[in-house]
Design a protein around this ligand. Structure first.
Ligand SMILES: Nc1ncnc2c1ncn2[C@@H]1O[C@H](COP(=O)(O)OP(=O)(O)OP(=O)(O)O)[C@@H](O)[C@H]1O
Ligand SMILES: [Mg+2]
Length: 296
């Protein structure tokens, strides 16, 4: 197995998961979508190296990445473009297998995709254009056999209500704004009641104002249901706002640079927010110097 193209960064820092209160919502988890003890991790990623084989070479996307996500966490993977964030989500989704290491969900090795892990992407065209909002949400419930008939319809409408789109249940995707389509995609994912929602830069294609509103909506949805989310972004402010923990990855190939407890940072006022933002920025900047690729 070839090593990474850049030097291995040894300065992995980690912080205790608890001290600060959660930024949002009650400190007691009302409901977990998973049937596991809250002490145990829901998702475990251990020493995971992910590679793509192209025609003439091997691309190492991530190198020996470790992290674990407890139930009810808003776990953010943050790193620069090309550091392997989407690749990690693909592997957690079961769409690719690690070259090295393993990924477990509720203790079970992930070997293939499953309805216990639902992905929400950044693209607006992830909905079926010939189906209404309601039909888009019902579709995976029925095709996976999770629910059928009236029950599927009820579950779909519940999820649509949570993202505040009841009035648009019978509308077609082309009549909705980008933000609304994204909410339908989230509702579709939530309706499946997955153990973990995988979100790959879900708001990156939205304008700045809609993006902020979507972040707020995601957080209030989380306050209501306490679902577990693995959220990928390359925006530092978004990571701090959304995350209860942030995994910081080094540039290509992605390695764990640090894992930070960010719960409370967004609610602790502008100064704490900016301090954490600067700290993360410095870590990214320091790395560019360390790996010798920065221009002086
Ligand atoms: N299908 C593929 N075949 C070959 N190489 C790939 C493939 N997909 C991704 N890569 C490479 O793997 C590395 C990680 O890609 P990935 O898409 O996971 O990065 P990312 O962190 O999600 O970036 P971005 O923030 O731009 O979305 C990159 O070097 C990329 O070129
Ligand atoms: Mg990506």
């Amino acid at each position: 197995m070839p090593g990474p193209a850049t030097p291995v960064l040894k300065s992995v820092s980690s912080e205790s998961s608890d001290p600060a209160p959660r930024a949002r919502g009650p400190s007691v988890r009302k409901r977990s979508l998973v049937g596991v003890d809250s002490g145990k991790p829901l998702l475990e990623v251990r020493g995971v190296t992910l590679q793509y084989k192209t025609q003439d070479h091997l691309v190492t996307a991530t190198y020996r990445v470790d992290f674990s996500v407890p139930p009810g966490d808003r776990f953010v993977v943050l790193g620069p473009s090309g550091c392997g964030k989407s690749t990690i989500l693909k592997a957690v989704g079961g769409y690719m297998q690690p070259t090295e290491g393993e990924i477990r969900l509720k203790g079970e090795l992930i070997t293939k995709p499953g309805p216990d892990r639902i992905m929400v992407f950044q693209e607006f065209d992830q909905l079926l254009p010939w189906k209404t909002v309601r039909e888009n949400v019902v579709f995976p419930l029925v095709t996976t056999g999770k629910y059928k008939g009236k029950m599927a319809d009820e579950k779909a409408m519940e999820a649509i209500a949570k993202v505040k789109l009841t009035k648009f249940a019978d509308s077609y995707p082309h009549t909705l704004s980008g933000g609304m389509k994204q909410r339908v995609a989230i509702a579709r994912g939530m309706a499946m009641e997955p153990d973990i929602l995988l979100m790959d830069e879900p708001f990156a294609a939205l304008d700045a104002l809609t993006r902020v509103r979507m972040q707020d909506e995601l957080l209030s949805l989380w306050d209501e249901t306490q679902f577990t989310v693995l959220f990928v972004t390359h925006s530092i402010p978004e990571a701090i706002k959304i995350g209860s923990r942030i995994l910081l990855l080094s540039p290509h190939p992605g390695q764990v640079k640090a894992e930070l407890n960010s719960s409370g940072a967004a609610a602790a006022g502008d100064a704490a927010f900016v301090a954490l933002q600067n700290r993360i920025h410095d870590m990214l900047f320091a790395e560019r110097v360390e790996d010798g690729r920065a221009t002086p």
